[in-house]
Design a protein around this ligand. Structure first.
Ligand SMILES: Cc1cc2nc3c(=O)[nH]c(=O)nc-3n(C[C@H](O)[C@H](O)[C@H](O)COP(=O)(O)O)c2cc1C
Length: 142
């Protein structure tokens, strides 16, 4: 059985909502980066976060620098932001620079004030769960 982990950073609980939906679907307990979780022997780590001023949550940018490529084989990003389009480019760059493979990224809307109101919604959560299952299927079943 391959080992999966989930870690998230959140300011307004949207990423936590996504991480919990994924966690219950995969039966994996999501870890808040505030507890500085250390993963060992993980085949695939889902990293969940929002976008602030075009960048990933700054706490997440710091956290990913500590991810050890020997302990985490691959990462998939789960992102939410007002536009529903912006990706976590610096997080990806840091991980890849440290030799951690980033297999894919899912992006959905995450509300800010009246923009993207009510997102991530039920459909976003379902899409995120589908994404994680697809990634697990394609990146781990061999
Ligand atoms: C101060 C601030 C800046 C933001 N900047 C962006 C941005 O540049 N692009 C975007 O698409 N969303 C932006 N957002 C929206 C957040 O990415 C969105 O609310 C996300 O769901 C937050 O996730 P979190 O609650 O898990 O931290 C911003 C939100 C705030 C509060």
């Amino acid at each position: 059985m391959k080992k999966t982990g989930i870690v998230y950073a959140t300011k307004t609980k949207h990423s936590e909502k996504l991480a919990k939906a994924i966690g219950s679907a995969l039966d994996v307990k999501p870890q808040n980066i505030d507890s500085r979780p250390r993963f060992t022997g993980v085949d695939l780590l889902f990293i969940v976060g929002g976008i602030y001023g075009g960048e990933s949550n700054e706490k997440l940018v710091e956290y990913v620098k500590s991810i050890d490529p020997a302990a985490t084989k691959a990462v998939a990003l789960v992102t939410n932001c007002a536009s529903g389009r912006q990706k976590q480019l610096s997080v990806r760059r840091i991980l890849e620079g440290n030799g951690v493979q980033v297999v894919d990224e899912f992006v959905c809307k995450g509300a800010i004030l009246f923009v993207a109101l009510r997102h991530p919604d039920k459909k976003d959560l379902a899409n995120a769960v589908d994404f994680t299952k697809t990634v697990i299927g394609t990146s781990m079943e061999h």
